[in-house]
Design a protein around this ligand. Sequence first.
Ligand code: AMP
Length: 283
Amino acid sequence: MDIVKTIDLLRSAVQKGRAEGKSIGFVPTMGALHKGHVSLIETAIKKCDVVVVSIFVNPTQFGPNEDLDKYPRDLEGDAKICEQAGADIIFAPDVNEMYPDKIITWVEVEGLTNNLCGKFRPGHFKGVTTVCAKLFNIVCPDTAFFGQKDVQQAIVIKRMVKDLNMPLEIKVCPTMREESGLAISSRNQYLSESEKKEAALIYAALGKCEGMVGEGVSDCSKLTDAMRGVLGKSPNINVEYISIVDIETLEDIDNITSKALVAMAVKIGATRLIDNIIVDTNK
Ligand code: AMP
């Protein structure tokens, strides 16, 4: 496995594979790799001949009071995980390599970024779409792999690729969870053991919603109240949002008529955690 830090070296490494007729899979990450990332890498390996994993903590997607400085960074540990998982190339540029000049060109997806996390993290998705557009231009993958855990990100990226006719396919892979149901996340490192236990209430709340939908409840205010009730079992959980939205437009809905996305963001102490499920009244 190669670890490359410059755009030129990455381009020549990928070009070598391309010249041999190989397909290129790409897994963009911010590092601090875990089983969720590994599942994306493994899916990429099944589908593509050469798998590139990028590790870049992208400053343009962090707000001024967010955790950019304390975000976990461990290239050595990440390299071991990638090697074990069978990735071919790690692309780990520094900030200067990705943003040598003050950035004045942005890629922004409108509408889909207004609700959910977009409402609470102004500018976040603009940073995500811009860095992904740059990474797609650098790596030129056939397929890029994203996690359902960051569902709004995956939907926004899919739309960017469609609207800008980018020549790649986006694959969305299922959320990997701890035994407790807690969605695995690099930010779980910030949690104490007792906070981790409380964080399991997030998936319990989503499960409660799924169960109620299964019993025929479709009224979104009843469902969100019930989820708030579950989260209320911990005094340390502060709900940022709990939303039930249309799976395509990501706009709030009052009633679930078929499929809907149930998504939430909560804070436990200073740690912000997100999770989601898709519910279907026809199931
Ligand atoms: P991040 O490093 O947090 O930016 O995540 C990189 C990619 O891994 C994104 O596409 C995430 O959606 C995905 N990812 C993060 N956590 C998980 C998880 N628990 N299960 C599946 N994919 C995940």
